[in-house]
Ligand binder design. Structure first.
Ligand SMILES: NC(=O)c1ccc[n+]([C@@H]2O[C@H](COP(=O)([O-])OP(=O)(O)OC[C@H]3O[C@@H](n4cnc5c(N)ncnc54)[C@H](OP(=O)(O)O)[C@@H]3O)[C@@H](O)[C@H]2O)c1
Length: 252
């Protein structure tokens, strides 16, 4: 039986992905910063799929020592990790376009430093095993979007990090992948006040992630195709055109 560890598995994309891996007979470990949310998640999952192979472990990824402890607990007491899905993130849209340093620090701590702490401990255990570390970033990381400075900054850094580690971790025999979902209906995106184009369910995202991780060799897993493809085009536009499009879209 293979094992996946999913950070941020108590809700949204992480929760739905845990469910689909369980259905496919994987051993699944979900973690998040809140044990109560994890217990509730397990109960909700229990209604749909057998949770005999589900483990829940509290792990606040912004706490380096906690991350180290949990990863060695999984590896030593539960099972060797075949896939680490680094999905946990904090999100807070900046509706008023005010520069809020506390929000920048929070998102840096969770989304970026947290991801780094996980990778740092995972690499010691996973090297030489030809397994996968997958980082859930976002197409927002391709370019700077209005009202998304803090979140976008962390996602851009994750994307750049994944690209670098794709090369560097080859010598450790660890496969690094990045996952870039379009708009997915979760607790996070409920905070958005704008209409999200091509909004998809967390179950849709989970299916794409499952098949991308298990069946395909691609570095990037992205979905839904059309919206992410448009953002990819925006990525290569000259600044003048890029800024003009945003001006037309939202008077930014
Ligand atoms: N939804 C979208 O449209 C979308 C699009 C592109 C990318 N993404 C990315 O997809 C991933 C999942 O997002 P989601 O939409 O599913 O959001 P979500 O429902 O809010 O889930 C976020 C998860 O992260 C956990 N988390 C937050 N802070 C944490 C911390 N300090 N330590 C450990 N876990 C923590 C949360 O659990 P606790 O609160 O219990 O800690 C929760 O399980 C994120 O990386 C997000 O950036 C989402």
């Amino acid at each position: 039986m293979k094992t996946i560890w999913i950070t941020g598995g108590s809700s949204g994309i992480g929760f739905a992905t845990a469910e689909i891996f369980l259905k496919n007979n994987w051993r699944v470990i979900i973690s998040s910063s809140n044990i109560q949310k994890l217990e509730d998640a397990k109960k909700r999952m229990n209604n749909k799929v057998s949770t005999n192979n589900l483990y829940i472990l509290k792990c606040d990824i912004s706490l380096e020592n906690e991350v180290k402890k949990i990863i060695s607990k999984i590896e030593n007491d539960i099972a060797k990790i075949d896939i680490a899905l680094l999905n946990a993130a904090a999100y807070s849209p900046n509706k008023n376009q005010n520069f809020d340093i506390a929000n920048y620090k929070l998102l840096l701590d969770v989304n970026l430093k947290g991801t780094l702490y996980c990778i740092n401990s995972l690499k010691d255990f996973m090297q030489g095993r030809d397994n996968i570390i997958a980082i859930v970033s976002s197409p927002i990381g391709y370019r700077g979007w209005p009202t998304s400075g803090a979140y976008g900054m962390t996602k851009a850094a994750q994307l750049n990090l994944a690209e670098s580690l794709y090369f560097d971790f080859k010598k450790l025999n660890i496969n690094v992948k990045v996952i870039n979902p379009g708009f997915i209906d979760t607790e996070a995106t409920k905070l958005n006040s704008f209409k999200m184009p091509f909004l998809k369910s967390a179950d849709f995202a989970a299916e794409k992630i499952y098949s991308g991780l298990v069946n395909k060799k691609n570095f990037e897993i992205f979905f839904p195709f059309f919206i992410v493809f448009i953002v990819k085009i925006m990525r290569i536009l000259p600044y003048k055109i890029y800024f003009y499009i945003w001006k037309r879209l939202g008077n930014f």
